[in-house]
Design a protein around this ligand. Structure first.
Ligand code: HCB
Length: 217
């Protein structure tokens, strides 16, 4: 089987909500020597995109998205340890405090970004999903004086708006200059980042790691 045939099988496993099949295919892809990040970006993620588009077009409904999310997560269970194997130790990159915005429980991309930052030498403090801005500000205050990167994800236009409130609160608490702020998720754009006065965004987890290393220099 060619790599592109493997990628389309992986995409199809997500679209058809094949939970056991996606994990098995992820393992087969690894065994075929395909790097784990390619398996995710070229195989699994396009499946999630198709599912999102079908949902928007009312061709499928929430239960199907949930099952596709489970299929993605079961493949990620196989792939995450592989991503972590390449961990770069001993580099003073700093602490990444990662979280999904208040009201938002989409955590697949968040977990992927968190894993990639960990693999690139960041210490990780993962606050999880549906995190209040107040909590993020408290954590930023506790770590004042350290090299800290706030890494927020928002997958909905509604939850993304909370990122502006977070930036405002950081400024009010005089914490803005002690942290770097990177936000991502489908609705987040460079224009939005400029508008709210954050530092950066990234399209995907691999780019997020590169951007994060760059802004923490
Ligand atoms: Co959800 N959902 N969903 N959903 N969902 C979206 C996000 C919509 C876009 C679907 C659509 O309408 N087309 C839509 C949001 C519309 C909008 O606001 N514009 C939507 C909606 C509306 C909803 C509900 C409100 C549906 C309902 O209940 N009626 C509900 C909300 C629940 C809530 O959060 N309160 C809901 C629920 C769900 C689940 C639970 C069924 C499931 C989530 C499961 C889970 O995460 N554990 C789900 C899913 C899976 C999706 C889609 C289909 C896929 C998201 C995903 O996992 N993508 C999504 C459609 C889409 O995004 N196209 C749909 C794959 C990952 C790998 O990509 O973009 O998350 P990613 O992350 C990337 C990238 O953004 C970047 O790197 C990541 C990795 O490469 N990145 C960062 C992410 N964070 C970063 C941070 C940084 O600093 C830098 C880069």
């Amino acid at each position: 089987m060619t790599d592109s045939e493997i990628f389309s099988k992986l995409t199809n496993a997500i679209v058809t909500q094949n939970i056991a099949g996606s994990a098995q295919l992820a393992q087969e892809a690894l065994d075929a020597g395909i790097p784990p990040l390619d398996i995710i970006t070229k195989g699994l993620s396009p499946g999630m995109k198709i599912i999102g588009d079908k949902f928007e077009a009312a061709e499928i409904f929430l239960p199907q998205i949930m099952m596709s999310g489970k299929a993605m997560s079961s493949a990620m269970e196989i792939l995450t340890p592989e991503l972590e194997k390449n961990k770069k130790e001993g580099e003073e990159t700093g602490l990444a405090i990662t979280f999904v915005a208040e009201g938002d429980i989409h955590d697949i991309g968040h977990r992927l970004v968190t894993t990639m930052l960990g693999a690139n030498g960041f210490d990780i403090f993962d606050l999880g999903v549906d995190v209040l801005n107040e909590t993020v500000v408290e954590e930023a205050a506790k770590h004042k004086g350290e090299k800290v990167l706030l890494v927020g994800s928002a997958l909905m236009t509604t939850s993304m708006l909370g990122q502006k409130d977070l930036m405002d609160r950081l400024r009010e608490e005089n914490l803005r200059d002690s942290v770097k702020c990177m936000f991502g998720g489908a609705p987040v754009s460079g224009k939005w980042i400029d508008e709210i006065g954050a530092d950066a965004t990234a399209e995907n987890a691999a780019e997020a790691a590169k951007v994060a290393l760059n802004i923490m220099k």
